[in-house]
Design a protein around this ligand. Sequence first.
Ligand code: PMP
Length: 407
Amino acid sequence: AIEGYRNRNPKSAAMLDRARAVMPGGNTRTSLWSDPFPLCIESAEGCRIRDVDGHEYIDFLGEFTAGIFGHTSPVLAEAVAQAHADGFGLSSHTPYEVAFAERIVERFPSMDRLRFANSGTEANMMAVMAAKLTTGRGKIAVFDGAYHGGFLSFGHGSSPVNAPFDYLLLPFNDAAAASTAFAAEGSEIAAVLVEPMQGAGGCRVADRAFLEVLRNLTQTHGAILIFDEVQTARMSYGGAQSIFGVIPDMTTIGKFFGGGMAFGAFGGRADIMDRFDPARPGALPHAGTFNNNRLTMAAGLAAIDTYLTADKLTALYQTGEDLQAAIKDIFKRTGAPFKITGMGSIMNIHAEGTTPEEALTRQKLLRFRLLEDGYFIADRGLIAVSQAIEEKHIEGFLQSLEKVAAT
Ligand code: PMP
């Protein structure tokens, strides 16, 4: 299958060779790396993507969860074109950002106020800074397998090389371990930073009871609970926090909320966020040139009203749940050595094996075979369903999966 992949994709391979001279490994976004070389996608329409060698795929990866609208949208194109035509880079506030902030704050129970940033990474960094300065404490509790951005990623069993603060690494979904940690050093913990579903960590969904314990511990010990909803905000109108019924002190978002543009935002309780009020003595600084850039604000505003409505998010969640159930059924019926985990429209297929190497090979083969059938998912088995995916695409995908998983 790997040889077939090489033979079918000479232009993608050549593109990587060219890129290696100017970007390390030809890469500027680590998650896109794929052995022996990643596909280079040239254009797209709806949920169809086309690579430089001319193959078409139905996109079940959805920009690693950042894409929810599919790849082309007249509504977003018009919003960006209008903002562009009206002038950008205005050294000022614009009406777009107020309207956009109002729409976001109204949907998250945990957000009294928010600030815009340029990525989920930055949003998390700012939330952590706010929590440290609000509590006067230094440690951030995080979980094994967490991914909060390039600056703070905890692969399973590996330690981060770049966490810009003291952290306390705890096992995910282990309420007892969190309680023990707080009993021992609760007075030093500024915040708990947690994904309601670990995304890059393999779509591991938090137990409601675990999140409830984190809520109680942080409340009791005067620490701040931060939900990283950069991925999970799509689970409902009010994000995963509304589904779990656990309301954090701060929430970070990103990805699809920017309407296809670079985006991040962090928000939370007024008493925490108002420390950024620049009219206050000793206000926290947060002055990104592009924080409120007009193109993102316009695209985000259009997206939130058009695509991120309560009805559409609920429908997408259900589509994802149905797809997960159908995939689970395939693995059960055929006995194919795979598992699926996830929540709503974001899920991960995990290959099993008697050794990690065997599982990895099986995982890669699954992807190559799905590609041969015209379905695009991540190397690591990640699937994120977009609103552009229709029933017929799902049926085709399931047929292909049933065939290739068994071989
Ligand atoms: N948090 C989570 C849960 C994420 O999945 C990601 C991105 N994959 C980030 C934070 C970082 O966001 P960005 O890539 O926009 O910096």
